[in-house]
Design a binder for this molecule. Structure first.
Ligand code: KMH
Ligand code: ZN
Length: 309
């Protein structure tokens, strides 16, 4: 099969808060609609978080996930990828509840403990729809995004072994690749490995093109042909680094979780608009996108009929 590019779309996340964009999906219906539209635009993997429908506060509650997962599954063939990163102030047990219950084909798995600074966003506005928003952003100044070896072992066992869920390994720095290799060497992670290079998060590696080249060189050395990579460029880096990834033989991640804009100074009206925009780049490079079933074949996924929702 000639190379096909897998587009992941990350619909809402837990990084951005409702006041930052009126287009950020919050309720289960908004999340479902934007996920379905993103799949119809060409995303073959949908990376999903949940939020409290009333306040927009990030929620680990499986009951909230279950208000949109079946709708998305009924309307698309896209691969559902549930976050285990959750949001700030969630412990790891909380963070994995939804994926444990839903047994999705994919889940994210964050490969190292790190700082995760969201507080610079406080400078962008003084008025907030919800009181929790500025407090949430300020709390990131002293937040540790905990992903210890023990946490990773737990997630691999309780989601991977138990449910047949495979992973989007989120690597925010070079050291995270060596942690991933450690688990491969222990036989706890088997290929094909799907690595999400995350660049531009405050606390992780900077979004410089030569850092992406270094991440890929390191992954080539550690994993040979056992891996596929994708690139998540945070904020304004989303399209440039996604384009670089495609040119380097990689896959791409877009979505309002990672970037609220469609171009400098213009908020994206929805997730699907970013999918369409990266498709224009792929078309320009004469690259075809992978269908959900082609993504399943590339990544060795269990099938959309094997989930628990
Ligand atoms: N928020 C992204 C930078 C996760 O959900 O597990 C990384 C992410 C983590 O999507
Ligand atoms: Zn996420």
């Amino acid at each position: 099969m000639s190379r096909k590019v897998i587009i992941t779309c990350a619909i809402t996340g837990s990084v951005h808060t409702p006041s930052m964009s009126p287009h950020l999906p919050v309720t289960p219906d908004e999340i479902a609609k934007q996920a379905i539209d993103a799949a119809n635009a060409g995303a073959s993997i949908l990376h999903l978080h949940a939020r409290d429908p009333k306040t927009g506060y990030p929620s680990p509650d499986p009951d909230v996930f279950m208000q949109f997962l079946p709708k998305i599954k009924a309307a698309t063939n896209a691969v559902i990828n549930i976050s285990t990163g959750g949001g700030m102030n969630m412990n790891v047990r909380d963070r994995i509840r939804a994926a444990r219950e839903a047994a999705p084909e994919m889940a994210s798995l964050n490969m190292g403990t790190m700082n995760f600074g969201l507080f610079p966003a406080l400078a962008s506005r003084s008025e907030w729809k919800h009181d929790w928003e500025p407090e949430f952003l300020e709390s990131s100044r002293d937040f540790v995004f905990k992903n210890t070896f023990s946490d990773i072992e737990t997630i691999l066992a309780e989601l991977g072994e138990a449910n047949g869920t495979r992973f989007e390994f989120e690597c925010y720095d070079v050291g995270h690749l060596y942690t991933l290799a450690h688990f491969v060497d222990r036989g706890l992670i088997k290929g094909p490995i799907f690595i999400q290079f995350v660049l531009g998060v405050l606390g992780g590696i900077g979004a410089d093109p030569d850092n992406l080249a270094h991440l890929k060189r390191t992954a080539d050395k550690l994993f040979g042909d056992q891996y596929q990579f994708s690139v998540l460029g945070a904020g304004r880096h989303q399209m440039p680094l996604g384009s670089m990834s495609a040119a380097m033989g990689g896959n791409v991640r877009v979505g309002l979780e990672d970037n609220l804009y469609i171009k400098k100074g213009e908020l994206a009206p929805d997730n699907a608009s970013q999918v369409r925009k990266i498709r224009e780049v792929l078309d320009g490079l004469s690259l075809e996108i992978a269908t959900p079933d082609e993504a399943r074949a590339i990544l060795g996924l269990k099938g959309g009929d094997k989930v628990a929702f």
